[in-house]
Design a protein around this ligand. Structure first.
Ligand SMILES: Cc1cc2nc3c(=O)[nH]c(=O)nc-3n(C[C@H](O)[C@H](O)[C@H](O)COP(=O)(O)OP(=O)(O)OC[C@H]3O[C@@H](n4cnc5c(N)ncnc54)[C@H](O)[C@@H]3O)c2cc1C
Length: 553
């Protein structure tokens, strides 16, 4: 289908309205305002916040934001100095426990290990925080377009010059419907990729321009539920992290329990996506974790409010791609700016957005948006607390490829040697290379009791996920034959276990095995793109506005 597209030109195009993209837009708009107020005294061309575009695929800002979340406020304090007056912070952390679970009991570490200390931080809903931040961005005149996904990169020089947004109104066979609207060609002097973990455009750019670091990016998945519990069961600001049961000891994983205001509770389990058992099911393990007596006591009589899942970039400093090309920058989770030991990325996402804004501001004034000019961003990152924090945990997640005990041993040594440990840099293979082959007959699926534990479809219902059903499948499996033949024999179709939203469903039909793809269930976590053993699944943006609705998450 040949399509006539409308072209729009901007100075700066930011793809993704998470903490990174919004911080970049807000800081850049503020810098431009100051520059204009001083009548451009610092020289260079006239700039305007209206020439900054932000794209967000969610139905509104925050709709695709899922996090724990405990926020270290230092990023926000720099971005919005009086943030405490109006930001929806929910509650300050009041207690931070580290717990070890066995099947029937729990043990609180007498001294909370430093990575689990959270005094001075806030428990927040990232959904609400980004909505608020989005409002501040819009007030500056920046054009924020929700329900638009960046579908393709426009390549130019040795880099990028914008994106094409997804076509709307295309049926499942790729034919235009009555409401067909072609995607826009959005061209910009600088395009900022702020897509979060496993960005679909970032993945293409990193591959095409060979931007990978010495380690490939590695990931965890976080499965989360928000509950309203009986009064008195949880104190606002109570924070606990759990290790141990039911996560197998050869894997990386642990849980969180965060008390919000008004008897609301955030709970979740993080699992490293480098396990060897292709039938391991993160959603099921999370459900089983909730049956621990410690959690059962808190949750009993309560009500599930929201569900969701999302991946986390865990590779840190040695997985950071080169974050600049001609006309382009990569920021936030897409650039690996997350401390996987502390599970903290919000403040670094914001800081990286601000550093990108400062780099772009200088580049626009100089009329030079080449990679050489934009490389100043990397230098700024290296001079900032982002590098300082990430260097201290540069070998952390990699250590757990040797199991929990090996991981704790290495992590302890790294702690006393400023991140160095025994091996520096510690190399890793991509997570999907860890599966053991053969001998995986299908096993029964977890059903849940409907009160404390839930099957995946019930949970997906609570994610508020909605997609236009009549559209091309946005989960592109490049060779379905491999699924029906090799994958069934070699790995037992792990997609049916690792997907936390019941998207992949093997079915036996008259003419044999088929992999049914329930794309409308997709919560945009990107696990399939990461964990497929043959790397033949490409997650691409669906029609804008589709996906979860993480209200309050
Ligand atoms: C389970 C879990 C728990 C966590 N807990 C914590 C915590 O307690 N504390 C902490 O500090 N950090 C935590 N993090 C990490 C933190 O949430 C991230 O580091 C942070 O959100 C990264 O911000 P970002 O803007 O880079 O990406 P994101 O927050 O992922 O935002 C990216 C945005 O871009 C949009 N987008 C993506 N691709 C496109 C496209 N092609 N076109 C248009 N829009 C697009 C997405 O819809 C999304 O809104 C957690 C993460 C997870 C998953």
């Amino acid at each position: 289908m040949t399509v006539q597209r409308e072209t729009l030109e901007a100075d700066v195009l930011i793809v993704g309205a998470g903490p990174a993209g919004l911080a970049c837009a807000l800081h850049l708009a503020n810098l431009i305002k100051k520059h204009d107020e001083s009548a451009g005294a610092s020289g260079g061309p006239a700039l305007s916040a209206e020439n900054i575009y932000v794209l967000e695929k969610g139905r509104e800002v925050g709709a695709h934001q899922l996090s724990g979340a405990i926020m270290n406020p230092k990023g926000l304090a720099e971005l919005v100095p009086d943030f405490e007056k109006s930001a929806p912070l929910d509650t300050p952390v009041t207690d931070d426990a580290a717990l070890f679970f066995t099947k029937g009991s729990s043990f609180r570490f007498p001294i909370t290990p430093p990575p689990f200390k959270n005094k001075g931080n806030y428990v927040v809903s990232l959904n609400r925080l980004t909505k608020w931040l989005g409002g501040l961005v819009e007030k500056t005149g920046v054009n924020l377009f929700t329900q638009f996904g960046g579908a393709q990169l426009i390549y130019d020089r040795d880099g990028i010059a914008g994106v094409i947004t997804e076509d709307k109104g295309v049926d499942k066979n790729g034919k235009p419907k009555d409401n067909f609207t072609p995607g826009y060609e959005l061209r910009a002097k600088v395009t900022v990729l702020a897509e979060g973990p496993r960005g679909s455009l970032t993945k293409q750019l990193v591959q095409k321009k060979k931007l990978d670091n010495i380690n490939p990016q590695i990931y965890s998945i976080g499965v989360k539920e928000l509950w309203d519990v009986q009064p008195g069961r949880i104190q606002p600001g109570y924070v606990a992290h759990t290790l141990g049961w039911p996560v197998p000891t050869d894997m990386y994983g642990g849980g969180w329990i965060y008390g919000l205001a008004n008897n609301r509770l955030s709970i979740g389990l993080v699992i490293g996506l480098e396990y060897s058992d292709p039938q391991f099911d993160p959603h099921e393990t999370f459900q089983i974790w909730k049956t621990h007596p410690f959690l059962r006591k808190i949750l009993e009589g309560g009500k599930l409010v929201r569900y969701g899942a999302k991946t986390i970039p865990a590779g840190g400093w040695y997985s950071m791609p080169r974050p600049y090309v001609d006309g382009g920058l990569i920021i936030g989770d897409s650039a690996s700016f997350l401390d996987s030991q502390r599970l903290k990325g919000i403040h670094m996402a914001m800081k990286s957005g601000m550093l990108a804004a400062e780099t772009i501001f200088e580049a626009l004034k100089a009329g030079d948006t080449s990679a050489a000019k934009l490389s100043a961003f990397q230098k700024k990152v290296e001079d900032s607390y982002i590098k300082k924090e990430l260097r201290l945990v540069r070998n952390f997640h990699q250590s757990f490829q040797y199991g929990l005990l090996g991981g704790l041993f290495h992590a302890g040594l790294q702690f006393v040697t400023g991140g160095r440990g025994l091996v520096d840099p510690m190399r890793v293979r991509p997570g999907h290379e860890h599966y053991h082959k053969n001998g995986h007959p299908p096993r029964p699926r977890f059903k849940g009791d409907g009160r404390l534990t839930f099957d995946r479809l019930t949970d997906v219902y609570h994610s508020g996920t909605r997609h236009e059903e009549d559209q091309p499948c946005h989960l592109i499996v490049h060779d379905l034959n491999v699924c029906a033949t090799r994958c069934t024999v070699e790995y037992g179709n792990p997609c049916q276990y690792f997907c936390p939203a019941a998207v992949y469903e093997p079915v036996q039909e008259k003419d044999g095995f088929k992999l049914k793809i329930n794309a409308a269930n997709c919560v945009h976590c990107k696990t399939c793109d990461i964990a497929d053993p043959y790397q033949i699944i490409d997650w691409v943006v669906p029609e804008g506005g589709g996906g979860p609705n993480y209200e309050g998450m």
